[in-house]
Design a protein around this ligand. Structure first.
Ligand code: SF4
Ligand code: SF4
Length: 286
């Protein structure tokens, strides 16, 4: 690693306070990201993406009841703030350009919705920070398990880390359970059957995740189907002025957006799959 990459990573780890930092090449990301969703679609001339991972749920978060876990778990704003800090450092120190990415690769993501502007899963993978898992293709890190990610897209031409070589998911205990029961802990934990797949020779052969089902069901009372039904019911029951207020109000507008674009504007999955995953539990650290 040359001095500049070293300096950036060391700043991220010690001053910005993340658990892991890695570098991905824009050229490599572009082999997988479709046009319109590539780092250089966000920053013209971008050459590298520095990916940060950290702000895990606390150990205590995993003990909270299912209703509260989605509120206690994600710390997406915190990891984004770290990318902002690193962006200023890169611009000031190296006279470069940097843009931070504000979506992260947990199930859904609050800002980009179902189709985010950048895939931080892809960024994290290409920076060697983890690998996709059976669990809705959540990125799992071999040491820290589940983390939030953010990234900084820059025109600095840095040496990339490249994808991890080692296998992460499935864990040995999951392979044993799959051989016995035909399911892994994450498949078994999902109350709605959103996760399914196959394991062969100890590796993921196929992973299937029904994200729209996960979004709509696990959002419980915030799910768009319920939104629409409730809003229409309220509107029909109300008087003229009240009906207008409901139909032009935020709740109904959100429901229309969700139906039209598959956008999930409210964050919060049920996270039972994550709670059940041995790699997530072993890696939880502050
Ligand atoms: S977040 Fe909940 S609904 Fe979604 S896949 Fe995981 S367990 Fe299933
Ligand atoms: S529980 Fe975790 S390690 Fe096991 S198969 Fe699911 S995602 Fe992979």
């Amino acid at each position: 690693m040359s001095q500049i990459e070293d300096e950036i990573k060391s700043y991220a780890l010690t001053r910005v306070g993340v658990l892991v930092a890695g570098i991905a090449s824009v050229k490599e990301i572009n082999k997988y990201a479709p046009e319109g969703y590539r780092p250089d679609d966000i920053l013209p001339g971008a050459k590298s993406v520095i990916v940060l991972g950290g702000t895990q749920p606390t150990r205590g978060s995993w003990k909270t009841p299912p209703k509260y876990l989605p509120e206690a778990g994600p710390a997406g704003d915190a990891i984004t703030a770290r990318a902002v800090g690193l962006s200023y450092f890169i611009e000031d120190k190296f006279n470069a350009e940097a843009v931070y990415s504000i979506v992260y690769p947990s199930m859904g993501g609050p800002y980009g919705g179902a189709v985010p502007w950048q895939s931080l899963k892809l960024h994290a993978e290409m920076a060697g920070l983890g690998k996709r898992s059976m669990m809705g293709s959540v990125i799992l890190n071999p040491k820290y398990g589940f983390m939030d990610f953010s990234s900084v897209i820059t025109n600095l031409d840095l040496g990339p880390d490249g994808p991890l070589k080692e296998k992460v998911c499935p864990d040995e205990s999951c392979i044993k359970m799959y051989e016995k029961e035909g399911k892994t802990p994450c498949m078994k934990a999902c109350p709605f059957g959103c996760i399914s797949g196959e394991i062969g020779n100890g590796e993921i052969k196929e992973a299937r995740y029904d994200r729209y089902k996960c979004f709509s069901i696990s959002m419980r009372d915030r799910a768009h189907g319920i939104f629409i039904r409730r809003a229409i019911k309220k509107a029909l029951e109300g008087r003229d002025a009240e009906m207008k207020q409901i139909l032009y109000g935020e709740e109904f507008a959100n429901a229309q957006l969700m139906l039209a674009y598959g956008i999930q504007r409210y964050y919060g999955n049920c996270w039972e799959c994550l709670r059940s995953c041995p790699i997530v539990q072993k890696g939880t650290k502050r």
